[in-house]
Structures are given as structure tokens and as C-alpha cells.
Design a protein around this ligand. Sequence first.
Ligand SMILES: [Fe+2]
Ligand SMILES: [Fe+2]
Length: 135
Amino acid sequence: MSVIGLTQQDKTGIAEIDRHHAALLEIAQRLHHACQSGGPEERVDALLKELIHSTRAHFEYEEALMQTHGFPDYLSHKAEHDELLARLACLRNALHDGCHPRFEDDMDASDDWILIHVREKDVPLGAFLLAKGVS
Ligand SMILES: [Fe+2]
Ligand SMILES: [Fe+2]
């Protein structure tokens, strides 16, 4: 697993968003540990389901803030959220289809999405929101 945690440069400055990000990474780390240790499929599936649920709730939270404050990059930011959720759903479908070996590769390729999205999309959003007086 390549995700080792959020650094100071990954902080958005918006407390609730940063708290969500840390929680998502924690779930992703538990998921990877379950995959790498050959945990039972039910355990992996439960963690993936939890990651999808928490990610969707987090994205909805960010999207509501973007809309409330008129964030100009809303459409492309939301499109990336939608794509990321679709990728997570594909991983779960693959798991259900018995593609466990590929699942680990797919997760390795996709776990960075949390950090990449945070750095490229959420940090600029945080700067925008801070300027709007959100904390
Ligand atoms: Fe985020
Ligand atoms: Fe985001």
C-alpha cells in the first residue's frame, strides 16, 4: 500500500473536510491490510462497502459546500468525484465476480486517488472556502 498518510501540504484547512480525509485513509488502510493478509472475502467486501459509503457521504458534503459558496470549478470537481465512486463500485463488482488477485492490483493503482484528489482538487477548494470565511 502506497498511502502512508496525509502530510501538512494535504490539509485543506477546513476542519471537517480534513477529518473526513483522515477517516477515509484509515478505512483504505484497513482494506489494504485485509487484502494483503488474505482476509476473508466478507471482511474485504465489508470494508470496501464502508469505504464507498463514507466516500459518497464525504463527496456530498464537499459538493454542498461548493454549491453554497459558488465554487467555480464545481463541475470538474464533481465529475472527478463521480468517476472515483464509479471506480470503487467497479472494484466491488470485481470482487463479487471472484477477481480477488486483480482486486489487489486495482487497489494499488487506485489507492492513491485519495491523496491525488486531495492535493489536486480539495486543497484548492479549501483555499477558496477559507477565503469565503469557512473554517
Ligand atoms: Fe475530499
Ligand atoms: Fe473532492
